[in-house]
Design a protein around this ligand. Sequence first.
Ligand code: SF4
Ligand code: SF4
Length: 477
Amino acid sequence: MRLSTLPNLSLSSGARDFIDDARLEGLLGGPASEPAVVRDLIAKSLAKEVLSTEETAVLLRATDPELIEAILDGARRLKNVVYGNRIVLFAPLYIGNDCVNDCLYCGFRRSNRAAVRRTLDPGDVARQVTALEQQGHKRLILVFGEHPRYDATFIAETVRQVYGVKFGPGEIRRVNINAAPLDVDGYRLVHSAGIGTYQVFQETYHHATYAQYHPENTRKGQHYLYRLDALDRAQEAGIDDVGIGALFGLYDWRFEVLGLVTHALHMQERFGVGPHTISFPRIQPAHNVQLPGTWTVSDADFMRLIAILRLAVPYTGMILTAREPAAVRDTVMEFGVSQIDAGSRIELGGYTEAENAQHAEREQFVLGDVRHLDEVMGELIGQGHLPSFCTACYRLGRTGEHFMEFAIPGFIKKFCTPNGLLTLQEYLVDYASEATRAAGERLIAAEVGRMEDDSLRRELEQRLARITGNGERDLYF
Ligand code: SF4
Ligand code: SF4
């Protein structure tokens, strides 16, 4: 598509480019971190205080192995103490891969003539959602390329359609969006369809790298600020659950961490609430994509970046996707991840049409973890995690959920854990394999046994029995 046919791009009121590359580079070039200062900052984070960019840079400049271990351990403790053992599960659903952009790292870029283009029609959407419900999913993220056909009206209609698909006891209770930035009116329209989180990733916060990977004759290439301001406009439109992210591997991972933290602090300052989630995908191979690999993030650095993000922005949900292989996912989860996708297929129509097959020319990138949902559930339970499909806060109008679970003492014990157990019980009754069911029942019994609040435990036991005995669903606190 030619740029002249693109709509005028309007910004939020007071939009500004708050990423100062020279300042962030200056922070990264500071002196080696003092052990005592690093330990104080970890303690500050464990006391539930957000870190500044300067303080985050101190953690990023810590290279001594002992200090790195202290940072990893701090993140592990923060995750355990503040968030407990719960992991929320979701699945991505690719709706269409037409795209006017030409991001050099993406299999869907417009110059990749070999990419197979497709947009799901309403029948396709119904079949995909049905298949996801049959697996047991309750939370989806819909993914759209950037193309005029995927405008706000199209996105809103698709969201309504997804909510309307009900198969047996299955239903989708929360639909999140990953799509192109919209203007304020567009976000209002999408918001009216009842979306959860709207995600827009900046990809890279480094201006020169952004220009390098996003050709100038595309909307994304021309408009760093339009993208950076995207979620401010979403907030202005009333969407207060927004997700930021960076694609790690385009530039120095330490710079991108500072970019994400700057973005989070900007939102907190401007709207009184930080981002709902942070995503940190690492670049993966994609069809017809060759990248220099200069900034490839090693597994060891990936752990560090997750741990530092956890400590810097302790109230924000952190999403780890199936781009990463199972072994990496299992390792890094303990440093602060709160949501993962499972049973994912990213080929258009992949939930019904290509069981287990991967077709690179139909995918944005190559998936690292293609385990089935039940397998992931079984493994999470085996590792002591509580897999959860909870959507209670959103359904009860408790938005900003991650902030509440973080900020309100006892919120997790009172709400997140019992709700996670109720959704797990539903899963065990409706969808689980025998082995997962047995392991899940043991986990539920152990968690219920650990509950200190007697009246809450009795109420929970009653609700669990109503799911199993009466066939009731969608019970939550
Ligand atoms: Fe299009 Fe998104 Fe791929 Fe860029 S990353 S080419 S905007 S689908
Ligand atoms: Fe998330 Fe709220 Fe459920 Fe806790 S109770 S898991 S914060 S939706």
